[in-house]
Write a protein that binds this ligand. Sequence first.
Ligand SMILES: Cc1ncc(C[n+]2csc(CCOP(=O)(O)OP(=O)(O)O)c2C)c(N)n1
Length: 647
Amino acid sequence: MTPVFDAVGSALLDGITDPAQIAPLTDSQLSCLADELRQRIIDVVSCNGGHLAPSLGVVELTLALLAVFNLHDDKLIWDVGHQSYAYKLLTGRARQFHTLRMLGGISGFPRMSESPHDHFGVGHSSTSISAALGMAVARDLAGRKNHVLAVIGDGSLTAGEAFEGLNLAGHMGRRLIVVLNDNEMSISPNVGALSLFLSRTLSRRWVRQARKDVLKFLRSVPRIGQKLALYAMRGEWSFKSFFTPGMLFEAFRFTYIGPVDGHDITALKQNLKMAAAVEDGPVLLHVRTVKGKGYPPAEKNPTLYHGVGPFAPETNLSISVKGNVPSYTEVFGKTLVQLAEKDERVIAITAAMPEGTGTNLFKERFPDRFVDVGICEQNAVTLAAGLASQGYRPVVTIYSTFLQRAYDQVVHDVCLQNLPVTFCLDRAGLVGEDGATHHGAFDIAYLRHIPHINLLAPRDENMLRHCLLTALSGNVPCALRYPRGAGFGVPLDGEPRLLAPGVGEILRQGERIAIIAVGNRVYPAIEAAAVLAEQESGINPAVFDPVWIKPLPMDQLADIARRYEYLLFVEEGVLAGGFSSAVLEFFSDYNLLRAHHIKRLGLPDKFMEHGSQLELRELAELRSANIVKAVSELAVKDNSNPKLKIR
Ligand SMILES: Cc1ncc(C[n+]2csc(CCOP(=O)(O)OP(=O)(O)O)c2C)c(N)n1
């Protein structure tokens, strides 16, 4: 093994190419390494953006884990994986770390394909305990002895899947270590009864009082009272575990250890060793950390620094330069408040993302009509169904990728009963640097086949407002999909207006060629059409915005099929089962297909990786220049056929 360093004060981090180099380090060396890790994380995240506060909070925990466990043999799963930057730096990726989240660079989340030390791919929360249990069962079947660990945050612990994992792990009694990283935060402050149970308020104030009462009672027992009290005090540890979160985890048949200071490397190592020594069943080690630890602005405002764009660390202020154009999220958040002022039935629901979905405004204005369910997307959807069944107009505000979790609830609880729940799917399409786990690639495909649901794709932020009003005014389930980031900077009409169901808009008349573009691809299509029309080629495409993905604007589409021979579809979603596939099904069912020449642009049948949204759109051939090229190719292809020759 290469020695890590020879003198105190020299750079440790760059010498670490293998996690096995951590174990021999002294605690004071580890604490120097912690400083270096923090600095490197801040340096890189301030350039590339990323999950800053979560990663800073687990630096000591990561070092202690690597010091105690053998990552060549033991298995470690990070829940969500947004806190894994120190782990990446210590497991052979320090040299590539500057490429974090960049196209072709290392991912912002653990990926099995990226490193042999990423034992399980993550990005969506609360999977770690189930996956770890699976690995523990596999280990036992193979007669191996390695440890399996899951590190899960208190926010991620609110999800049903985490409890399903705990429940089964307790029942199966396998050897497994769950490390609970308790920082009292999800992205925003954690919610739910569980968070109160874990909180310091309960375990300090309440325990102190309970302890006093019990001792008073024991002392009052005639003759032996004093002895009983002494005995109880000696049994402090079990006493504490009875009245602290230990109660909960022990009910799940876990051995509970903690709480431990998550920034004290010595204590962490000791307690991890204790956990590793438990041979007869699962252990939960409760670690308390400070989110954003070591970078004061992030400690002060962990929500803002949970996930950031590039910023200047020395000024601590300029987190990503904001343009004048509002984001879809902002426009949505304001419009929802505006509409809720007039309709008391409107209730906003988020699954732990008030800031990300723009519902923080709503929360301030209508605290009684706002529900943050925690990271519980299924709960969000069925709760909405319950509200809708009682005459309310719940709006589930959620990222496209996270609604995947609640597919059955959308089908079974909402659509089957035709309940008027509105789903506002932010981050639909390519999200950029968060990559494969976070792209909203599948929503059209996983929603459009469900009976009763309506599905709208606004082309800009103004249209988003009309879509929202339309969804809230209907009597059926309705989903809107809109992308991450700034809108197109179009003027916003004073009042949102109702859209006629299943009616799209012809935005440009043309000849022989029609571009049918969905949502945020409409403007690039218009731009492409204008470029083409200016060229000598004589190509002059029409542009159609269907607005509605379901119900399809059938009359208009049928007309397009009759009038245009060349059809180009563009959508920022998977082609398989997506919008163009719906239109082609319709054309086929109604015998509308003639000798059309058709090309479809959309997301391919593979997971798109991370990179900027622009780069990824370029890769997926979804930008206006790609549209120009695709139309030209359609036309050129057909120029070989004199009968259909373009002018
Ligand atoms: C299923 C799912 N829903 C929402 C998210 C978005 N998300 C990422 S991290 C996070 C908070 C996690 O809180 P916690 O587990 O306590 O970790 P911390 O960030 O506090 O370290 C949320 C809501 C997600 N990754 N997965």
